[in-house]
Each structure stands twice: as structure tokens, then as C-alpha cells.
Design a protein around this ligand. Structure first.
Ligand SMILES: NC(=O)c1ccc[n+]([C@@H]2O[C@H](COP(=O)([O-])OP(=O)(O)OC[C@H]3O[C@@H](n4cnc5c(N)ncnc54)[C@H](O)[C@@H]3O)[C@@H](O)[C@H]2O)c1
Length: 372
């Protein structure tokens, strides 16, 4: 890494880009930033693949807008470049890996590669990955498994980074702990369910705050535990909390994500000894990967299709245009953005350029990224 003076280089930041950036061009920019920061070409490529795929699926909270946060974590000495998932224990159908605070986009990819290979051989593999730097959009890992024809489900904790109150509680104790599950379909995109266990993602509260808007009712409580729609409680002291989705059920799922991912992996859960105020985001993930061909279920896909068709035939509720299966909204957004480019708002673009400058991307190169 070759850090430069942020203040000096900020003046070289080009004006806001066009509203849409072509996918290939944005991918090249992300690769250039991480190669300048010190990543090997393969690492830079995997990071770019992941961040772009998150934007393409419509989850901008986990796309290229994460670059400034990753640069802060790198400069703070938390994110480590060019590291690989380490096998801590190989028990056949159960693998324990350590992400050694390497790029999550690399170590989770490697964890899935190992789990896929083992599930293809044994029918099933449980992979526990601990201590990875942010692994981003979890659907990306389920899609990697689905491309190999495998079913998977993933429990994730955000170790030591509480933002969500327990059901009935009045302060932040749990991460936004995502859960994800995917069902592959031959020659067609998989069904992918992938969500944070908070009512709204933290990034959505931040966007509402920046835009001076309120969040949906029920999504937040203030520092005294009272319901509020003001997103500032997540960004200004005294801090409030996100609520778990679905009351006690969402809280229960978040708790099991915390325990399966944080405890079973040999990593850590969130509690008084582990709360971390650094800019790092540390994820642990338990993935269970299954070869559907190992079951005696030749009609599994046809049965899944029949079910999806059945629910889609439901009469529509007021204001609803159509019923969607898990993963359909992301696919529609992907098709639209592949055709028309990825929207990057001016503030995010400025932050990305400042982060690029901070890792030493020359001012002329950053200027050449201008999209006027
Ligand atoms: N790495 C981390 O620490 C971390 C933490 C939290 C969240 N995340 C990621 O953040 C992303 C966003 O999470 P979120 O909770 O905001 O997602 P969300 O609320 O947008 O829910 C997404 C899921 O719901 C489905 N869905 C959405 N609208 C639908 C509709 N109308 N009908 C049927 N299904 C529908 C989608 O296909 C998808 O499976 C996820 O990719 C998650 O993995 C990561």
C-alpha cells in the first residue's frame, strides 16, 4: 500500500459520474483500487466480482460503496491483504476454516470451493469459517454452491458489532446476522433467500438518514427502547437500535445465526468481551452444502416448481403487481443493471475516489475515471 495525503488528493477527485457506470468499467476501477492497495490480481478480481455482483443484484449496501470502509479497515491494520482460508480441522464432512482476517471475498470463496468439492464427494459438507473480514452479500456464496448444482444454507454472525436489540430488549446486542438458503435448478437460476435478520439493514437506515427520510414503522427503537422512525438514532449518540424482523421469531433466528456461526466455528459471539469499535467487520459463517442427487428425490425440482407455480397463482393483494419467488427481485435488478449500468450516487462516488487516493491511486488515474 502506498498511502497518500487524503486532503491533497481530494481536490483531484473528478466530478460526480454519470448516474450509471457500465459494469466492465466499474469492475476495472475496483480491481485497480485493490491492486494499488497491494492485492494480488486474483484477490482484486474476486473482490471486484463480489462487489459488482452485489450492486447488480440491487444490494448497493454491500456493493462498491463498501470500498471506503474496507480501506479504513486496511489502514487501521484490521483487514489483511493476500491471505487465504486456513484449514484448522478436517473431519471429512465437517471442515473448520479460519479466515485470518483476510478479504472475505477471498476466504469465503475458498471456503465454498472446499465445501463444494467435499459435498460432491460425500453428499454433504458443513463448513465453518471463522474470523473472516466482511464476507458481503451472503447470496453470492449460495450462488457459488448452486452453480455446482448444490443446495446450501448459511448462518452468519457479525462478530462483536451489535446493532440490533433482542426481542423485548432496549439496546443493541446482536449483529444484523444474515441467513441465506438456495435451491439450484438445472439450466435455470436458483431460488435464493438471503436477508439480514434485522427489520431493515443498517445501510438502509444510513441511506434514509442521508436523504432526510424516515424508516418504516417498527424498524428502530431509540436509546430508551421507544419505537421511532428517525434513522438518526443509528448514526448519532445517544444510539438506538435496529429491531429484529418478525418479533421473537426473527430474534430467535438471529440468535441461532450468532451461535452456529460464531460459536460452532470456534470463532466468537458478540458479548461484553468481544464488542469491537474498530472499522473492521468480522464475519463467521456456518454453511451446510448438500448434493440434492444424494437424496432419493428424482422429482425434487418438479415439486419445487409446482409449489412456486401454486403460490404465484394466489389472488393478488391490493397494490401488488405479482408474486415473486425468493431471488426473483435480484434477478430482475441484475438484468436491468447489466443492460443500463450500475447506479452510483455522487456521495458514494466521491467516497470511493477518496478511498482510491488514500491507497495511492495517482490523481491523474482517478481523474480519468470521470464520467462526464
Ligand atoms: N456480511 C454481513 O455481515 C451482512 C449482514 C447483514 C446483511 N448482509 C446482506 O445484506 C443483503 C441485504 O439484506 P436485506 O435484509 O436488506 O434484504 P431484503 O430485505 O432485500 O430481502 C432480500 C430477500 O428477500 C427476497 N425478496 C425481496 N422482496 C421480495 C418480494 N417482494 N417477494 C418475495 N421475495 C422477496 C429476495 O429475493 C431476497 O431473498 C443480503 O444480501 C445479506 O446477505 C450481509
Amino acid at each position: 500500500m502506498n498511502p497518500t495525503d487524503d486532503t491533497r488528493t481530494a481536490s483531484a477527485i473528478p466530478p460526480a459520474p454519470a448516474l450509471r457506470i457500465p459494469v466492465d468499467r466499474l469492475h476495472a476501477i475496483v480491481r485497480a483500487i485493490w491492486e494499488q492497495a497491494g492485492s494480488a490480481p486474483r484477490e482484486a478480481e474476486l473482490v471486484a466480482d463480489h462487489l459488482l455482483a452485489a450492486n447488480l443484484s440491487g444490494h448497493d449496501s454491500h456493493g462498491v460503496g463498501m470500498i471506503p470502509r474496507y480501506v479504513e479497515s486496511l489502514r487501521g491494520g484490521q483487514l489483511k491483504l493476500n491471505l487465504h482460508a486456513q484449514v484448522v480441522r478436517d473431519a471429512g464432512a465437517v471442515l473448520t476454516l479460519d479466515g485470518v482476517k483476510g478479504f472475505g471475498q477471498v476466504v469465503a470463496y475458498e471456503a465454498m470451493e472446499r465445501g463444494i468439492e467435499r459435498a460432491q464427494k460425500l453428499g454433504v459438507c458443513a463448513v465453518a469459517l471463522r474470523g473472516a473480514h466482511h464476507i458481503g452479500r451472503i447470496g453470492h456464496w449460495a450462488e457459488q454452491c448452486a452453480r455446482a448444482g448444490l443446495v446450501s444454507f448459511h448462518f452468519v454472525n457479525v462478530a462483536g458489532d451489535p446493532l440490533v436489540a433482542p426481542f423485548g430488549g432496549a439496546d443493541r446486542r446482536i449483529g444484523t446476522n444474515p441467513f441465506c438458503a438456495a435451491f439450484p435448478r438445472a439450466g435455470r437460476p436458483p431460488l435464493v433467500l438471503d436477508f439480514a435478520t434485522s427489520t431493515v439493514a443498517f445501510g438502509k437506515a444510513r441511506v434514509a438518514y442521508n436523504m432526510g427520510k424516515q424508516v418504516p414503522a417498527g424498524a428502530l427503537i431509540d436509546h430508551q427502547g421507544h419505537a421511532t422512525r428517525e434513522p438518526k438514532v443509528m448514526l448519532e449518540a445517544p444510539f438506538g437500535s435496529l429491531t429484529p424482523f418478525g418479533g421473537h421469531k426473527g430474534f430467535g433466528l438471529a440468535a441461532m445465526c450468532e451461535i452456529f456461526a460464531g460459536a460452532l466455528s470456534g470463532g466468537y459471539t458478540t458479548h461484553a468481551d468481544t464488542v469491537d469499535h474498530s472499522r473492521a467487520i468480522i464475519n463467521c459463517m456456518l454453511s451446510v452444502i448438500i448434493d440434492p442427487a444424494a437424496f432419493d428425490a428424482p422429482n425434487a425440482e418438479a415439486e419445487a416448481d409446482a409449489f412456486v407455480e401454486w403460490v404465484k397463482a394466489s389472488p393478488l393483494a391490493d397494490g401488488v403487481e405479482r408474486i415473486l419467488a425468493p431471488g426473483e427481485p435480484e434477478r430482475a435488478t441484475r438484468a436491468e443493471r447489466e443492460a443500463h449500468g450500475v447506479p452510483v450516487d455522487p456521495a458514494t462516488w466521491q467516497q470511493i475516489c477518496a478511498a482510491a487516493a488514500a491507497v495511492g491511486v495517482p490523481a491523474q488515474q482517478v481523474e480519468a475515471w470521470s464520467f462526464d
